[in-house]
Ligand binder design. Structure first.
Ligand SMILES: [Zn+2]
Length: 275
């Protein structure tokens, strides 16, 4: 997930919406879609209003001429005829990429709305801030912004081998690059060295940026790196890791799906090593 070409972010709802709108309406963690099971469609703001679906709107900005609106629906919001609530993951490869990216953006804004209704310091109900996407406490002034959690991913190479690990959470025997959340006080590079050391007992050098990806489950910014093996033998001490091994390029295990940054990182590194 990323910022689609032609998208201009805004946070103030325009007084007049154009003819074309995209409404990303979430009830709990699920988004309201029309269309069929195989070809879901993001409804327009007018279609939701006509169906009696109402919630707290957050203006996201414009995709070309289309106004994009996130809607936080109450838990008892109705399911209009011809529409259904779907998991965001079920929309991968079924709706156009730009709309999927904006659905992920909308999810993060709506989740922030749902989880910051009261001040974290004094418990007073918060209110929206007019000049930016933020919530402010009218009693003590604490301001809360949408939360983004940086996480790193590292693919370690040793000659023409890749260090890949299988988490207990992974299905179908998939192996992937190592990953973990950044802790307070760390740089990303500190995090890369610590996570690799903690998860598999290996030291790395040559930490090199690859790419980043917004990941709306629930609010990660995944920042991907390659690194070069510098010492140590694989030791599995982290309870989260089921297995980790060095894999030769011609004997790779099942890998993550194509939509993930992990797969792009692995594919690009394999291509470079085969170079
Ligand atoms: Zn407060």
């Amino acid at each position: 997930m990323y910022t689609p070409a032609g998208f201009t972010p805004r946070h103030v709802m325009p007084e007049v919406l154009g003819a074309v709108t995209h409404a990303f309406a979430y009830r709990g963690g699920k988004i309201l879609v029309g269309g069929s099971e195989d070809a879901p469609a993001i409804p327009s703001f007018a279609a939701l209003a006509a169906a009696g679906v109402a919630g707290t709107p957050h203006f996201l900005g414009n995709l070309g001429d289309a106004a994009c609106i996130a809607l936080a629906l109450p838990d008892d919001a109705p399911e209009p005829a011809g529409m259904r609530y779907a998991g965001l993951r079920s929309l991968f490869l079924r709706i156009p990429d730009p709309l999927l990216a904006l659905a992920g953006r909308a999810f993060q804004v709506v989740e922030w709305d749902r989880t910051h209704r009261y001040c974290g310091r004094c418990g007073t109900p918060t209110r929206g801030k007019a000049d930016e996407r933020a919530k402010e406490c009218p009693a003590c002034g604490l301001v809360a912004y949408p939360r983004v959690s940086p996480a790193m991913m590292t693919l370690v190479t040793r000659g023409r081998e890749l260090l890949l690990a299988r988490s207990h959470r992974f299905v179908n025997g998939i192996y992937s690059a190592l990953a973990g959340f950044v802790e307070p006080g760390e740089t990303i590079e500190d995090c890369v060295r610590r996570e690799v050391r903690e998860e598999v007992g290996v030291e790395v050098e040559g930490i090199t940026y690859f790419a980043s990806q917004s990941w709306a489950f629930p609010h990660s910014l995944m920042i991907a790196y390659t690194a070069v093996y510098a010492g140590g033998d694989i030791r599995l001490e982290d309870a989260e890791i089921a297995d980790a091994r060095w894999f030769a390029l011609d004997a790779l295990p099942p890998l993550p799906p194509n939509v993930s940054i992990a797969r792009r990182l692995i594919d690009a590194t394999v291509a470079r090593l085969r170079g």
